[in-house]
Design a protein. Structure first.
Length: 379
């Protein structure tokens, strides 16, 4: 449901050519044109599924529906189905029930491979403690010194500090289908408008009114709230010779912690070319992943620049969405067709420790060439 580039260009041309006194009307017509093109298929699909659902009495799961709580129904009555918005103050945000946010969390994890390797704080939490096991456990009496040491190991960060905003339009034809279908549509749109922004923040956020991304140096010099990029480590292979000597000591803390799985994050182009060539060998049935890399997980992300990759330990990046809210307005001439929404997501994220991820320079990564050893057998 993303707006096609050619559609945007046509709309821009239409707006530029409109007389100044007709700009407002041109904007309305442009939005209507977008809605007709981008959502016509969705509306038709929902209406068809709605008829099939009512006729067959199939279970909700088949149609991506779920049973709503009373609180969720009340939220839809108030924020979605309400015709008279005069009782609401402008710019007043109506927050989604936490149960809805939890379902969106699950959708996010499925939609983006990277999100499966992120440690997510529960919805509604505003402060989250970052902790990792340090030192050794010993038997003995619980003393104040031990308590102080435990407290010193705990770090926390505020989840409810940064906001990610976007816009969406909900056709009233969807509203007419009822609670479950409104919920499905809202979750689908919230997923779409949030997923790319969330991933951008997790990978490349600079920490200023945004998460601290995997590409950033937690120990670097912070200028006006902005964290610097990590210095990339140049590797020519992902095996023991180069990656093993330059990167693994950091991730394993020179052997003091076990690292069973490593996530390699790079954009899709690098995954399909540079990294693929460096990790696959040609076998009898085509290219296969070399045994050296069975414990690697390769995850694409458009937020990683060309020539770079991130070696990351799973679940060492903590992220959370404390709240999702919707503000809306019907104060436009297209009142009868659409309701305009602003989606606001409050969240944050950061690595637990700086050495939980290493940025790689893969510009000179070499294709994998299997070594062949020959032996001469003397009879």
């Amino acid at each position: 449901m993303k707006i096609k580039n050619e559609t945007i260009e046509k709309i821009k041309e239409k707006l530029e050519n409109a007389p100044s006194e007709e700009k407002s009307q041109a904007i309305v017509e442009a939005i209507q044109e977008v809605m007709e093109q981008e959502y016509s298929g969705v509306i038709s699909q929902y209406q068809k599924e709605f008829e099939e659902y009512n006729a067959s009495k199939e279970n909700d799961k088949k149609f991506g529906l779920r049973t709503l709580t009373e609180k969720e129904k009340q939220w839809i009555d108030r924020a979605i189905k309400q015709e008279d918005t005069s009782s609401l103050k402008r710019n007043e945000i109506d927050y989604l029930p936490e149960t809805t946010v939890d379902y969106i969390f699950e959708d996010l994890k499925t939609a983006h491979p990277l999100f499966a390797f992120i440690k997510w704080a529960p919805a509604g939490v505003q402060k989250w403690f970052l902790s990792e096991r340090g030192g050794k456990a010993t038997w003995g009496k619980l003393t104040r010194a031990i308590v102080d040491q435990i407290e010193a190991e705990l770090k926390d960060f505020q989840i409810d500090v940064n906001s990610l905003s976007a816009f969406m339009f909900v056709p009233k034809a969807i509203i007419a289908l009822g609670y479950k279908w409104i919920d499905k549509f809202v979750r689908t749109i919230l997923l779409e408008v949030n997923e790319e922004g969330l991933e951008e923040g997790i990978v490349a956020g600079d920490g200023k009114d945004a998460p601290i991304g995997l590409l950033k140096d937690l120990e670097g010099s912070v200028q006006q709230g902005v964290y610097p990029d990590k210095t990339p480590v140049k590797v020519t292979d992902l095996g023991p010779d180069d990656f093993g000597e330059k990167v693994l000591p950091t991730l394993s803390r020179k052997g003091k912690r076990n690292v069973s799985t490593i996530v390699i994050i790079a954009n899709q182009k690098e995954q399909d070319t540079t990294i693929y060539k460096a990790t696959h060998v040609l076998g009898f049935n085509g290219y296969v992943l070399a045994d050296n890399y069975k414990d690697f997980k390769f995850v694409p992300s458009p937020a990683v620049p060309d020539g770079k990759a991130i070696a990351y330990i799973p679940n060492k990046y903590v992220a959370g969405i404390s709240r999702m809210g919707i503000d809306y307005s019907d104060h436009y001439k297209f009142l009868e067709q659409l309701r305009t929404y602003t989606v606001v997501t409050y969240g944050n994220g950061r690595l637990i420790a700086n050495d939980d991820a290493v940025v790689l320079d893969i510009s000179e990564l070499k294709p994998l060439v299997p070594s062949v050893k020959t032996e001469t057998v003397t009879p």
